[in-house]
Design a protein around this ligand. Structure first.
Ligand SMILES: [Zn+2]
Length: 548
């Protein structure tokens, strides 16, 4: 017997079985019970979340020979023909490969004829936004005067590219990206039904890679079963999918912390020998550092989007780190992400940069210094005059030669709120025309933006979900955070680009994002007496922090 791919074998057969899209399927079911079926539907949403599956169920429900009330029997001749794509009356057309005027003209010819066996002729056009302008116009004519025996179901991943005149003639339903949990539990049911043993962590891994798409999750599972057989273990999975194991990242950060160069080079040699792409490695290292940063606070572990085992491990490792050292490492690693694409010898570049990271000195906590200074301990005052490269890793800021610099750029240490406000007053940096984004449209799509940001598997999305869009001015977007999310806001600032990338994906336009704390003095949480002259001095000393 030939192997049937999981996505096909376990394809939902009625509306109730479609995962995660109840807001759509329930509306469709209601339409059946009220006998108010539209003549054209548009299903919009990300790939692999059930749009064409739902379209097929709808086609079956329309044509089922039983009195199905929206629940196709899946047994009658019509249901079976549609399920096996043999129906002469339900036609699935791929908009991507049939995008021209001729195809649509043919379609218009077909529309004229009554259905052969079914009650309705149903045209399912997938990726409808791919049609040419001429094809759209031809289609529009059909939509304007549809014969009563015809139903159209359009599916698209890019509803913004569908002509407004088409949109206005369709009943639109937006499908949601599926949550990691939903994919994991859906996958688990399938795998158990297949009698395959799968290690618990593998579900999570597949869910993360599948990126909101159940279809992708099932096709990864197909590959794994083909590769591993009836027992799918984590190690085989990471090997097959080319995933860099967490062990390696923990090994690297441990070596950075203990400044053990030989261990560091050993770990990097493993990156090379296993053939991991260096860009993947650097991106993974950045996510790993971010996870450490999140747990280096008191109660960040629950925010991590990782398995329980990994949470425990991050919890232990994070305790050993000072958050500011991690932020500095992330600064460098982020720079490496772009630089490594341009260098002639990426392998040597990576090793050199990682060794440089290992050489960086650790931060001294400002609060500790302050405590000691205000305690009047005279020996500590020397710290102020001691070579600042101990605390400022990039000592070429001019700080080195002047113990009390007055003219060092203090911007980086100004409380975040102030910086944000200054930036908000700057003239427009991006003058990209493109679609107009308003505060209203941003609010409407906010969940989608958060979802997109979450797709990279880090907690940035969770952090972002604490914020609220407060202003959109041209291409500048401002997100406000309640005071208690100061930490999350700081991390988000480091990762503004990821948020901007997601905004661009959602709105098709380059947008600049600013984050700010909504009220109160942002600095008070960290430094109790920031106006104290000693504090000012210390802040000046630390002003090189975070610059490049
Ligand atoms: Zn039926």
């Amino acid at each position: 017997m030939s192997y049937q791919v999981l996505a096909r074998k376990y394809r939902p057969e009625n509306f109730q079985e479609v995962l995660g899209q109840q807001h759509v399927t329930q509306t469709l079911l209601n339409a059946f019970s009220r006998e108010r079926i539209a003549h054209a539907y548009l299903f919009a949403g990300p790939r692999g979340v059930g749009k064409t599956t739902t379209a097929r169920i709808l086609a079956k429900a329309l044509n089922c020979l039983e009195d199905s009330k929206g629940n196709p029997c899946n047994k009658c001749g019509n249901c079976q023909e549609i399920a096996s794509s043999r129906s002469m009356d339900v036609l699935e057309i791929d908009g991507a490969s049939n995008r021209g005027i001729d195809e649509i003209r043919n379609l218009r010819e077909l529309v004229k004829y009554s259905p052969i066996n079914a009650k309705f002729k149903v045209f399912i056009i997938d990726e409808v936004h791919m049609l040419t302008q001429a094809a759209f116009n031809a289609l529009l004519k059909t939509l304007e005067e549809p014969p009563s025996h015809v139903k159209f179901i359009f599916a698209t991943t890019e509803a913004n590219k569908v002509l407004p005149t088409i949109l206005s003639r369709c009943q639109r339903h937006d499908f949601h990206r599926m949550s990691l949990e939903m994919i994991e539990s859906g996958l688990k049911k399938v795998i158990e039904a297949e009698n395959v043993q799968m290690e618990e962590t593998v579900y999570h891994l597949i869910g993360t890679i599948a990126d909101g798409s159940m279809r992708d999750a099932l096709s990864i599972a197909d590959q794994l079963i083909a590769f591993c057989g009836d027992s799918v273990a984590l190690q085989a999975t990471t090997e097959m999918l080319g995933i860099i194991p967490s062990d390696l990242f923990f090994g690297i950060t441990d070596a950075l912390q203990s400044k053990d160069r030989s261990v560091l080079l050993e770990q990097l040699a493993e990156v090379h020998s296993k053939g991991f792409a260096l860009t993947d490695f650097i991106a993974g290292l950045n996510s790993h550092l971010l996870n450490l940063l999140i747990v280096s606070g008191d109660n960040g572990v629950e925010l991590l989007d990782v398995t329980d085992d990994l949470k425990k491990r991050y919890g232990e490792a994070g305790n050993r780190w000072d958050g500011r050292d991690l932020i500095r490492h992330m600064d460098h690693v982020t720079k490496m992400e772009s630089e490594i694409k341009q260098v002639q010898q990426p392998k040597i570049y990576l090793e050199a940069m990682m060794l440089k990271l290992a050489e960086m000195d650790s931060s001294v906590a400002i609060s500790d210094l302050l405590k000691q200074l205000s305690g009047g301990n005279p020996t500590i005052v020397k710290v102020e005059k001691a070579p600042p490269q101990k605390v400022v890793p990039r000592a070429k800021t001019g700080v080195k030669n002047s113990p009390m610099p007055e003219d060092v750029d203090k911007k980086k240490e100004v409380p975040s709120e102030t910086v944000t406000k200054n930036e908000r007053n700057k003239p427009e940096a991006v003058s990209d025309p493109g679609p107009v984004v308003t505060l209203e449209s941003l609010e409407q799509h906010w969940e989608e933006v958060v979802g997109k940001v979450s797709e990279n598997g880090t907690s940035i999305g969770t952090f972002l979900s604490h914020g609220q869009p407060t202003e959109v001015a041209g291409s500048k977007v401002t997100i406000g955070f309640p005071e208690r999310y100061r930490f999350q806001l700081d991390v988000l600032k480091k990762n503004a680009r990821r948020v901007e990338t997601s905004l661009e994906k959602v709105f098709g336009k380059k947008l600049k994002v600013n984050f700010f704390l909504q009220k109160g003095d942002a600095s008070s949480a960290e430094l109790d007496d920031s106006n104290h002259p000693v504090t000012q001095r210390v802040l000046e000393l630390f002003s090189g922090e975070g610059t490049n």
